[in-house]
Ligand binder design. Structure first.
Ligand code: SF4
Length: 173
């Protein structure tokens, strides 16, 4: 397979550049580490109008350990800045679903890229490294300004292949 240029996004969260998508997109269930129940695509009642958590310093004692553990792997600020650069769900509540949906699509891709980035440091043969790099390249589409770009079969097929690829590296370790 020809080697494609790798346009890797930032894979670490930057909450200051995000419209708090993680505090909106996901449902909180009773058996999870969240202090309240919440439906998907609904802002958490603890979220301030400035996209900051109003109980940030007390998350643990108030039973929100899940918020402490969570990372979007950089997907949140990418969606906020690149896919919806001019407005957020605060400006237009109809955007809640679209921005939250984008998080559900792109976060798994960023998490998979993080895993592949770590796997690339392993002492495995060059062919295996090239295979991992090809998967990373497939998950970094050149057109990346719409959630549809991340739903392309090439991207989704590569994402689905990542667990098998990582498992295949075990024989070298
Ligand atoms: S408790 Fe704070 S960090 Fe957790 S979802 Fe709500 S606003 Fe976000």
């Amino acid at each position: 397979m020809a080697q494609r240029h790798l346009n890797l996004p930032v894979l670490k969260e930057d909450c200051e550049s995000c419209a708090a998508l993680c505090c909106v997109a996901y449902p909180f269930d009773a058996d999870e580490d969240f202090g309240l129940l919440k439906a998907a695509d609904t802002p958490c009642p603890n979220l301030g109008s400035d996209f900051r958590c109003t109980i940030h310093k007390d998350l643990k004692v108030k039973g929100f350990g899940g918020c402490i553990a969570y990372s979007c792997a950089g997907a949140g600020q990418r969606i906020t800045q690149d896919l919806f650069p001019d407005e957020t769900w605060r400006d237009d509540p109809d955007l809640i679903y679209h921005m939250a949906y984008a998080l559900r699509v792109i976060r798994p891709i960023h998490e998979a890229l993080l895993l592949l980035q770590e796997a690339a440091k392993l002492p495995v043969p060059a062919e295996a490294l090239a295979e991992g790099r090809a998967l990373m390249a497939a998950m970094c589409p050149t057109e990346d300004r719409s959630v549809y770009d991340f739903e392309e079969p090439e991207v989704q097929d590569a994402l689905a292949e990542v667990p098998h690829y990582l498992q295949s590296l075990a024989v070298y370790l």
